[in-house]
Design a protein around this ligand. Structure first.
Ligand code: ADP
Ligand code: MG
Length: 320
């Protein structure tokens, strides 16, 4: 029996997402009401996943639900914000209850882990598209911005970039709805670095999350800050799995240009190096120093002191 929009929302999105005291009114009215503490700034981001563009048909509904929140949590992490609330705009080709049950399970798992309340949304029929808006909080003036890097700052990256792009490649060659193996998991269930973002407040000078590839995203941070930078390729943190599957050269390429990692790339003054490493330790997140900010234009890559020409890759939806 076909179910209506209202029943679907009730069944899969109204409950089980965790309650927060600062939600005055959640799902069910024309709009939600939340309480923003005085002295805080509201941090707002939104990201859309379009089937066939942002994920392949092999991705399970559970992982789609997880990912649509993960990519938005990553934006909160990059701002040093504490995520609090989200809304979800769902466009579905059909009211497939098995799909919805799995999707909402994946979304719920990550929402509960990060104490994010789902407070509203919209449900429509059409080609599968998911848009999630996330709202978070930072003490006024303390957000990590991408335009605050300074000449002489050190450049850091978390985790092991390149894994997700390698995982996506593997996933696309698997049969429908398969998702085993370390690299594939790095694409399906990226770990947004929310705790690291919070720990870096007051330490990092600038930050960005790596969604379009480390080279492209670090390039954006540097150009927003009107500085340049030097990246030491031999310092790139590469996972054993990536090296084993692809060899050093291709692993570096994937680490530089592969997307979907959702790691943090950030800068900090030299004298804060120990503080960066201590912050990373408190949240059990590997962080590696990979370069330095300078006053020359653009991002330049070096291997053993020799400059290596690296094309500006990165994923650009409207690029040629
Ligand atoms: P309206 O017509 O007033 O915009 P809707 O009928 O679209 O309201 O939605 C009813 C309620 O359900 C609203 O509170 C809305 O925020 C919520 N809602 C709709 N779709 C979703 C969804 N996919 N996830 C969470 N909440 C939703
Ligand atoms: Mg209304």
């Amino acid at each position: 029996m076909p179910v209506g929009e209202f029943e679907l929302i009730e069944r899969y999105f109204a409950d089980g997402f965790g309650k927060r005291d600062d939600v005055v009114l959640g799902v069910g009215d024309d709009a939600a009401l939340v309480r923003v503490p005085s002295g805080s700034e509201l941090v707002v981001a939104t990201d859309t996943l379009v089937a066939g563009v942002h994920f392949p048909p092999q991705l399970t509904p559970e992982h789609i639900g997880y990912r649509v929140l993960a990519v938005n949590l990553s934006d909160m992490a990059a701002m040093g914000a504490a995520p609090a609330w989200c809304t979800l705009a769902l466009t579905l080709p059909a009211a497939d209850e098995v799909w919805l049950a799995e999707f909402s399970r994946g979304l719920r798992e990550l929402a509960l882990r990060h104490r994010v309340a789902l407070i509203g949304g919209d449900t429509t029929r059409g080609p599968l598209t998911l848009t999630l808006q996330i709202l978070g909080l930072v003490p006024a003036g303390s957000a990590l911005r991408r335009d605050r890097a300074n000449t002489g700052d050190l450049i850091f990256v978390s985790g092991t970039p390149g894994d997700a792009a390698a995982g996506l490649e593997l996933l696309q060659h698997q049969s429908r709805h398969a998702s085993s193996g370390y690299l594939v998991q790095r694409f399906c269930t990226p770990a947004p670095r929310v705790e690291l973002g919070l720990a870096l407040r007051g330490i990092a000078s600038a930050a960005i999350d790596v969604s379009d590839g480390l080279h492209a995203d670090l390039g954006k941070l540097l150009s927003s800050s009107a500085v340049g930078g030097r990246l030491e390729l031999e310092r790139l943190p590469l996972s054993d799995e990536l090296l084993r599957g692809h060899g050093l050269e291709r692993a570096r390429e994937l680490a530089l240009h592969g997307g979907d990692d959702y790691e943090l790339c950030f800068t900090a003054p030299v004298e804060r190096r120990a503080a960066v490493l201590a912050a990373a330790k408190t949240c059990s997140c590997a962080v590696r120093e990979i370069g330095v900010v300078d006053a020359r234009e653009g991002l330049r890559c070096f291997d053993g002191g020799r400059e290596i020409p690296v094309s500006t890759g990165g994923y650009d939806h409207f690029g040629l």
